[in-house]
Design a binder for this molecule. Structure first.
Ligand SMILES: NC(=O)c1ccc[n+]([C@@H]2O[C@H](COP(=O)([O-])OP(=O)(O)OC[C@H]3O[C@@H](n4cnc5c(N)ncnc54)[C@H](OP(=O)(O)O)[C@@H]3O)[C@@H](O)[C@H]2O)c1
Length: 290
């Protein structure tokens, strides 16, 4: 394990709150430059003030391709290279909504944003020492027994609780499949970027904000803190012995709490044809590829 991650440039999406904010604090303390990629200017600037030295807010809404393009341009004007991208922004049980681009909101933020931003930032990662793309997923990815492809950019409204829960689970599985497939494709092209997925267990944050019961659960005193939850993100970024293609989870049976360790993903993730299908569907629909 590399102990001194320092002097790196690290982008964290959704770093004004929860796990992203905690990871950003840690990386700034270690002497890295952390780019706070947040959708709300006031919250982004607040986070920048809280963290202080070594942090910079650049606006980013991962539900909008225009915003992601602008972010990449602004980042490029300020930085010549990128060491680590942490795909962290996410939502759970979001009310029915389409994005400006016409995409279902949870799908857009939780999956498409990861795919699009990662591919856009690859040119900035190439040339850095030990560059990484770390993608946050969830233990909810294990709950998908068989992929329901209707959750790939659904045209129907996602309105019942069951649908909202299932699209959250599916998008977390898609994030994980993307991370593993990206590693395979990077390796085939001899691009030395490592793609690593991780999950935080269950930790206090604002993730439950869209559903009253979840809001209560995600604030319970027995829950791990956001700082605890950020451990798997930090481990994935700091650990230089990871080869790429791993899923970093926690060392307990249910993986709700614990210390970071490499874990086996949902067996669906290991099925290459399923990962390929997801990748191809994304490329065909959005016209972006590695
Ligand atoms: N906490 C857990 O137990 C847990 C468990 C499994 C997985 N996760 C995953 O961990 C990640 C972080 O969640 P959290 O628990 O820290 O929740 P959180 O406190 O709600 O943080 C989510 C962050 O994502 C940002 N975000 C949402 N939509 C965005 C968009 N369109 N563009 C840019 N940023 C956006 C939020 O910004 P705003 O504040 O502006 O909305 C916020 O900064 C998520 O991907 C979540 O799925 C968390």
């Amino acid at each position: 394990m590399q102990k001194n991650l320092t002097n790196k440039t690290i982008i964290i999406t959704g770093s004004n709150s929860g796990l992203g904010l905690e990871a950003a604090k840690k990386f700034a303390d270690l002497g890295n430059t952390v780019v706070l990629a947040c959708r709300n200017a006031e919250s982004g600037r607040n986070a920048e003030r809280k963290i202080g030295k070594n942090s910079l807010f650049i606006p980013l809404d991962v539900s909008s391709r225009e915003s992601m393009d602008n972010f990449v341009m602004k980042f490029g004007q300020k930085f010549s290279n990128l060491d680590i991208l942490v795909n962290n922004a996410g939502v759970m049980l979001h009310p029915p909504q389409k994005t400006k681009d016409g995409t279902e909101i949870t799908f857009a933020i939780n999956y498409l944003g990861y795919f699009y931003l990662s591919l856009k930032l690859i040119p900035k990662l190439i040339g850095s020492v030990n560059p990484k793309i770390v993608s946050v997923s969830s233990i909810s990815s294990y709950r998908v027994g068989k992929i329901n492809w209707d959750y790939f950019d659904p045209s129907e409204k996602i309105s019942s609780f069951k649908e909202k829960r299932e699209i959250y689970e599916h998008t977390n599985l898609f994030r994980l499949m993307f991370s593993i497939e990206l590693q395979k494709r990077l390796s085939e092209r001899n691009i030395p970027i490592k793609s690593i997925a991780c999950h935080p267990g269950v930790a206090k944050s604002k993730l439950g904000r869209y559903f009253f019961l979840a809001k209560l659960i995600y604030a319970l005193p027995v829950m791990s803190s956001s700082k605890e939850g950020a451990k798997s993100i930090i481990f994935s970024c700091v650990n230089s012995s990871l080869n790429g293609g791993e899923f970093v989870g926690l060392n307990t049976k249910k993986q709700h709490k614990g210390d970071p360790i490499i874990v086996a993903p949902n067996p669906i993730v290991e099925i290459e044809t399923q990962r390929n299908k997801l990748w191809q569907m994304t490329v065909e629909k959005y016209g972006i590829d590695l």
